[in-house]
Design a protein around this ligand. Structure first.
Ligand code: HEC
Ligand code: HEC
Ligand code: HEC
Ligand code: HEC
Length: 215
């Protein structure tokens, strides 16, 4: 009867001693400290910015901004559409009065002619390839008339961005217009720095110790 309880006593005693030993080793810091975690760099605020890069005609109207740039017939004559002029190398000359416009749509002047988009018959509208007119507020449809694949992707939500709410009972889900991001006259988007990658929880393995580089 007493034999097994003595063995249990010994075993418990040994385990207790073992734990005291482990505590001592731990306190004496025999294994050293794990390497300090890297400081987590905060994400550049620019990456979290949701304000669209540009205001479209529709945004300007809504914000009651100065619309004089769009008042074509404040300067032009309704009966005389402005004539496009070219230099000796057949490059379109943008007149002084429109010097805020720098044309650069596509490489090799592919789409710089004003009347590819603006309507000479009524400057205050756009014209699309099939001949019908569009209002200034419908510039996205104008872009879509030439950029079918991008327009299709935009409609599906794969190109561009949606601001606002996924749950439309909480608020509006607003699809940005092409002209919120692209300047119609020079639509190329300059190269940007990529956003930082996710922060590794562990200290990254250095190349010298990485198993992938040892064989
Ligand atoms: C502040 C006055 C002013 C306003 C506003 C204005 N224009 Fe002009 N625009 C001019 C002048 C001046 C010229 C050069 C003379 C000409 O061709 O009639 C010109 C030239 C043009 C040309 C010919 C460009 C070229 O490269 O030869 C086009 C196209 C044009 N304007 C379209 C428009 C459209 C579209 C609007 C409205 C969205 C507009 N303009 C608003 C003053 C203006
Ligand atoms: C009349 C047809 C036409 C319309 C309308 C049009 N584009 Fe383009 N776009 C082109 C052509 C042509 C190119 C040049 C393709 C190339 O160089 O390979 C181009 C190129 C581009 C590029 C590539 C960048 C660059 O400059 O090469 C972007 C971005 C772009 N367009 C955006 C737009 C947006 C936004 C709109 C509406 C405001 C628009 N386009 C309207 C014909 C059009
Ligand atoms: C690829 C199509 C396209 C071409 C080509 C184009 N425009 Fe435009 N333009 C637009 C669109 C789209 C807007 C209005 C976009 C918005 O909502 O802000 C606009 C706006 C304007 C405006 C009023 C706002 C501003 O930027 O001053 C003027 C003036 C103008 N265009 C003149 C011209 C002239 C002049 C040319 C030729 C030198 C030209 N555009 C060529 C698409 C085009
Ligand atoms: C939220 C901003 C945003 C909106 C809205 C947007 N784009 Fe873009 N688009 C971009 C960016 C950013 C790039 C450049 C991608 C890169 O550098 O690889 C681009 C690239 C492009 C290109 C260059 C070729 C390509 O496919 O990469 C075209 C053409 C274009 N967009 C057309 C459009 C049209 C047409 C619309 C509207 C139907 C539109 N975009 C709406 C941001 C936008």
């Amino acid at each position: 009867m007493s034999y097994p309880s003595t063995r249990t006593g010994y075993a418990l005693g040994a385990i207790t001693l073992l734990f005291f030993g482990l505590t001592a080793l731990l306190l004496s810091n025999s294994w050293g400290h794990p390497p300090a975690r890297q400081q987590i760099a905060l994400v550049d605020k620019a990456f979290l910015e949701k304000t669209p890069w540009r205001q479209t005609y529709a945004d300007l109207v809504q914000a009651k901004e100065d619309m004089s740039d769009f008042d074509c017939y404040g300067c032009h004559d309704k009966k005389k559409p402005p004539v496009l002029r070219f230099d000796a190398h057949s490059i379109l000359i943008v007149p002084e009065e429109h010097k805020n416009i720098v044309m650069g749509h596509g490489s090799h002047n592919r789409n710089n002619l004003c009347y590819n988009c603006h309507n000479e018959g009524n400057l205050e509208t756009f014209q699309v390839r099939d001949g019908h007119e569009l209002k200034f507020a419908d510039s996205t449809q104008l872009c879509g008339s030439c950029h079918g694949p991008n327009y299709r992707d935009w409609e599906a939500g794969a190109h561009g961005r949606i601001n606002g709410y996924w749950n439309t009972t909480l608020g509006e889900a607003k699809k940005l217009a092409c002209a919120n991001c692209h300047n119609p006259h020079a639509p190329r988007i300059p190269t940007r720095n990529p956003a930082p990658g996710p922060h590794a929880l562990r200290t990254p393995i250095t190349a010298a110790h990485s198993p992938a580089t040892t064989h």
